[in-house]
Design a protein around this ligand. Structure first.
Ligand code: KG4
Ligand code: ZN
Length: 325
């Protein structure tokens, strides 16, 4: 059995996990900083890195104790993300790997999200696949040809979809993070009340753009201040999710990919999950809700696959806030 310790600290979650033989999660710990950043309406980088420093030792100790056994490698997110936050995780991982004399495996955060679809009952890593990654920092369609071979087919030109949920939630005076608040509010609203724009809807590009949608919500609220907040939330969510479906279907047609992975924080959205399940006609790999947001089990799972192929790092591993996939 190969047991990997995963460490994720790229943004506002300090996460530690132990994963056995690739997909089986033995321990999954996430210390979220959401409450700390909520009063600022978004993540404050300096506060984030200090908070990672505060909790990482204790979390590591808890993870290793509950896994109860030898750790064979340490996998860590080395980018992209907030530099100060990445530095905490990467340096901690290097020290552990050095003192335990085990390999250090650097993992790209987005590759981690891709592997979140294979955790536990998700089945063994299966490629080729098309991946739609939807989070607070990314909106990307990625062609995954083989393990660790990726081609980015389309990305957002401005805001990420999760970021647009967060920004629109602020306009609607809903709590941070915006995704779950908007989803809740939308349950009592009419998704057809307002027709918000879907960027690049009629073109065959696989690019996304979400800043115009956020601005359209802002103008709608200025023009009709008495408009039902629930209707605005439902109509915004409808537009935000609709364009994800439109572009993903287009990418499936263009690539003939035999399966679809959808991962990242926004993959927890109930409307998105429902529409994917009813409208996508290739096998769909969706992580369970627990593994949509940032976690370290996904980093350990991707690290396991890298370790098998000897794609390991060393003490010269450094974080890179703009790391390319
Ligand atoms: O993957 P993630 O945890 O962190 C990043 O790597 O960015 O994603 C966080 C994002 C936030 O923007 C949050 O508002 C969004 O995921 N999110 C959701 C939902 N839950 C979280 N967006 C829509 N619906 C949700 N249920
Ligand atoms: Zn993420």
């Amino acid at each position: 059995m190969t047991r990997i310790l995963g460490i994720e600290s790229s943004c506002d979650e300090t996460a530690l996990a132990v994963v056995e033989d690739g997909p089986r999660v033995a321990v999954n710990l996430v210390a979220s900083q959401i409450d700390i950043h909520a009063e600022f309406g978004g993540v404050v980088p300096e506060i984030a890195s200090r908070q990672h420093m505060r909790v990482i030792s204790q979390l590591t100790q808890s993870a290793v104790e509950s896994a109860d056994g030898q750790i064979d490698a340490v996998a860590v997110t080395n980018g992209p993300g907030l530099m100060g936050s990445l530095l905490v995780g990467v340096n901690f991982a290097k020290a552990l790997a050095y003192s335990w004399r085990v390999p250090l495996v650097p993992v790209h955060h987005i590759e981690g999200h891709i592997y979140s679809a294979f955790l536990n009952d998700g089945g063994p890593p299966a490629f080729p696949a098309l991946a739609l990654i939807v989070s607070g920092g990314h909106t990307q369609l990625i062609q995954c040809d083989a393990p660790h071979e990726y081609r980015i087919l389309g990305s957002t030109r401005d805001d990420a979809v999760g970021e647009s949920f967060d920004k629109v939630a602020r306009l609607l005076e809903l709590s941070y993070p915006g995704g779950p608040s908007i989803q809740r509010c939308a349950e009592d609203g009419d998704p057809e009340a307002i027709r918000f724009p879907r960027a690049f809807e009629k073109t065959d590009t696989l690019e996304f753009s979400y800043s115009g949608l956020k601005t359209a919500v802002l103008y709608e609220l200025r023009k009709n201040p008495d408009r039902s907040r629930n209707d605005v939330a439902a109509s915004f969510q409808n537009a935000a999710v609709d364009i994800l479906l439109i572009k993903t279907k287009l990418a499936l047609r263009q690539t003939n990919a035999p399966r679809l992975i959808v991962a990242g924080g926004v993959a927890a959205n109930s409307l998105l999950r429902k529409r994917l399940e009813s409208e996508i006609d290739v096998p769909l790999l969706l992580p369970t809700l627990e593994y949509c947001g940032d976690n370290a089990a996904m980093i350990a799972a991707a690290g396991h696959s890298r370790l098998e192929r000897n794609l390991v790092g060393g003490l010269n591993t450094t974080p890179n806030s703009g790391l390319a996939l």
